[in-house]
Design a protein around this ligand. Sequence first.
Ligand SMILES: Cc1ncc(COP(=O)(O)O)c(C=O)c1O
Length: 369
Amino acid sequence: MNDTAPIRYVDMAAQFAEQRDEIMARVEAVLAEGKLVGGPDIEILEKEVAEFCGVAHAVALNSGTDALALGMMALGIGAGDEVILPPNSFIASAAAVATIGATPVFADVRDDLNMDPEKVEAAITPQTKAIMPVHLTGRIADMTPLAEIAKRNGLLVIEDASQSFGSRYEDRLAGSFGDVGCFSAHPLKNFNAAGDSGFLTTDNGELAEKVARMGNHGLIGKGLSESFGHVSRMDTLQAAILRYKLEVLPGVIERRRGNAALYGELLDPAHVFMAPEREVEFNTYHTFVIQVDRRDELKAYLAERQIRSAIHYPVPIHLQPAASHLGHKAGDFPMVERQAERILSLPVYQNLTQDELRRVADAANGFFG
Ligand SMILES: Cc1ncc(COP(=O)(O)O)c(C=O)c1O
């Protein structure tokens, strides 16, 4: 084992090297055909994604952020409405709410980093229109109580499943619980394009068509627009690549799950908290997040040993400058704020070797002595 070779946090070059021939063939086929916007690859990908997720419809879009924004707009959410979400998500979840004119309202999380249903219930007001469970790290939020709360209060459910394509809870997949499921296929996701991409899932055919129109200039026919819209289409090149990525995804998920399981065996639970995978969950490990004391020291200690790690995310959304108008202060969401000081994402990508995983775990255990 080479004890000094750098261990990256992600290794896109290794991923490409493994998939190069197929990706280049798919890209070449699209370029040779010359249909670069729309076309069969988009339509077939939408069908394949819908089938994979166990829903009736999927709409291919340019990003997870626009999937969230268009999905909410199509559901009639806008000015004066409140949407409840966890403040430990990526900024995009709250940004999508704010940019459509609605108000993000935050609810604290549990030790698995996902929404706490009790806190959601307490945050409901007469203005609440929807809840947005964010399936953070590749683990689905606790959807049974969340769906029950939504139903009892007449609220819409917007799943932010950006980090959880292929994750399961009981017998259902991410994107099949909400009125809409919103996904990112950003290069750093498990199911990833070669640039920005995303999609929306739903069982509601009219809604799917509305989202597709809103993301395509409101066009209802050649040269005829029913409303002023956006350009939020997925590029055909990305769709062609994603069709291949969907074929290999089960293998990618299995490798990441194997890596996570090895960390689970090796890391010392006396010092490293890892939220266990409950029986109802099938997690896909977009990230492998540990919670530790002296997090910054551990991160630096790993870096000295050429091991990269990351923090998702260091500043909770309610304390971001972008959210200052919402009037929050430190202390408003104690669990999220405590976790922001303790979370560390260890490398978990599919190309890691067992030796590399052991080196990471040995170094982390060694730090704590
Ligand atoms: C939880 C979450 N929501 C939303 C997004 C936004 O997705 P995109 O970058 O495709 O717009 C991301 C992407 O990182 C995410 O992780």
